[in-house]
Write a protein that binds this ligand. Structure first.
Ligand code: TMP
Length: 233
């Protein structure tokens, strides 16, 4: 088996997007991917849970509101099972070949949702991350933290529409209570305070264009530092 990624150098760039459901992160991720293509780069785009055949099955189990009574530890283990597969199949090969990987959610989500929301604590999440993911760290994390209530209202509206049109039920997390999401939000802020170099947090409500410009500015400066783009592009 390949060595855990964190214990060796890779020539790629690992970028993650984080935030609550309805925070606009997927919209912003897609805009950033378009911008990266315009810079002549070929980013690999993926998401968690999901992004592999096995991961998509794990995602369906995790998000289906019929998966009632899933214990917090089962949920935690499934998130890491998905992530191990994603690293092995998608992320590590792409980073090894010098690509930029743009991932919609990573271990910060587990720390925020299972550690904070489900109150399992950060330690078990970070321990599992070391054991199962070789402690692979993103080079940069964009964390979107708009107003909590507005995010939740957006997520609930969108998922019910999605279920009505596709029959896919991804509503299990949206059914959680407001205190659950407040804990997720607080844990995200704690991660950003703990790791200010890795995590760029964009707080408050701004237009899509304003958030996009801030993200591009943050990403461009890191890609220049990593010699992946030139400073005037
Ligand atoms: P998504 O709709 O942004 O893809 O996220 C799926 C849901 O899964 C979202 O409610 C957050 C949740 N989630 C966790 O609870 N823990 C995790 O580790 C990940 C990756 C997602």
């Amino acid at each position: 088996m390949a060595l855990p990624l964190a214990s060796r150098e890779h020539p790629g760039f690992f970028l993650t997007f984080e935030g609550l459901d309805g925070s606009g992160k997927t919209t912003q991720l897609l805009r950033l991917v378009t911008w990266l293509h315009a810079q002549g780069l070929e980013p690999v785009q993926t998401r968690q849970p999901g992004g592999t055949l096995t991961g998509d099955k794990i995602r369906a189990l995790l998000l289906d509101s019929k998966s009632a009574n899933l214990s917090p530890l089962t949920e935690l283990a499934m998130m890491f099972a998905d992530r191990a597969q994603s690293i092995q199949e998608v992320i590590a090969p792409a980073l090894d070949s010098g690509k930029i990987v743009v991932c919609d959610r990573f271990t910060d989500s587990t720390e925020a949702y299972q550690g904070g929301g489900r109150q399992l604590g950060s330690e078990i999440v970070l321990d599992l991350h070391r054991l199962i993911c070789g402690n692979l760290q993103p080079d940069l994390t964009i964390l979107l933290l708009p107003n909590l209530q507005a995010s939740l209202a957006r997520a609930r509206r969108r998922n019910h529409k999605h279920t009505a049109s596709t029959g896919n039920d991804e509503n299990r997390f949206e059914a959680e209570t407001d205190p659950f999401f407040q804990r997720v939000y607080d844990q995200y802020r704690a991660i950003a305070a703990r790791e200010p170099l890795r995590v760029v947090a964009i707080e408050g409500d701004h237009s899509i264009e304003v958030v996009e410009a801030r993200i591009i500015q943050a990403v461009a400066s890191r890609l220049v530092q990593a010699n992946l783009i030139k400073s005037n592009s």
